[in-house]
Design a protein around this ligand. Sequence first.
Ligand SMILES: Nc1ncnc2c1ncn2[C@@H]1O[C@H](COP(=O)(O)OP(=O)(O)OP(=O)(O)O)[C@@H](O)[C@H]1O
Ligand SMILES: [Mg+2]
Length: 280
Amino acid sequence: MSELTVTGLTVRFAGLTALDDVAFTVAPGSVHAVIGPNGAGKSTCFNVLSGVYKATEGSVRFDGTELTALRPDKIAALGVARTFQNIALSRNLTVESNLMLGRHRLTKAGFVAAGLRLPHACREDARHRARVREIARFVGVEEYLAAPVAGLSYGVQKRLELARALALEPRLLLLDEPVAGMNGAERVRMAEVIRRARADLGVSILLVEHDMGMVMRLADQVTVLNFGKRIASGPPDEVQRDPAVIRAYLGGAHTETGARTGTETGAPPGSQAGTEEEKA
Ligand SMILES: Nc1ncnc2c1ncn2[C@@H]1O[C@H](COP(=O)(O)OP(=O)(O)OP(=O)(O)O)[C@@H](O)[C@H]1O
Ligand SMILES: [Mg+2]
């Protein structure tokens, strides 16, 4: 059972507690959203789950394996794939090459065998290419397979990032703001791909997203963070009505993005808390 269980997760940077004793569980085959105002600790949480940041305290178990001591590549090898808040693709490579890189851990033929174009390596390569085409079709980027990433529209690049994560054949997908900066039509399209990833591929999904409409439509369970602490959790409609959640968002709290550090910088326009929020 590929369940993800986070308990007592605490992350401290010099003088700042980005996550404070956070706990939640992602049930197999479910969509679990992590929401909260800017700086709440959502990306930090993702960075710990994917091995980019080390937890100060606490445990992250996936399918019975403790992840907190593992390097990012080991975590990926267990079937945990992620996308980033800001696009992280190889811009000068083609769509196909980016997706083939995503399959790296699944490639058995060694570097030398592939380089010498030995028959078994060629057969394996053809198999991977065929699967890459399927995945590209699944997210709707098949027509761009031969195109370099740099020239593609933002919406296509975001879907490609998701495709690259899927190329790993993951059991758990970590999506950090998959529709940030997208227009309405692109958002609808992305939401549909995410829904099908769960329904058709059976992947569990942990979703960080500011677009409340999308969270309400896609998520089975929601965990709300504010200043690193979990302030609410439950089904989306319940969480949406929770007074502590409403207060956290209305407070507008802490949007001093200038103070942010690390690789994940300010959220793109349109992704700010409340943009698409149903202020009921
Ligand atoms: N590498 C780091 N070093 C120091 N502080 C960090 C680092 N990464 C994040 N932080 C701080 O931890 C806090 C949580 O940041 P995080 O990026 O996790 O927030 P977030 O919920 O993803 O916000 P947003 O919605 O704006 O993406 C912030 O105060 C941030 O400045
Ligand atoms: Mg973030």
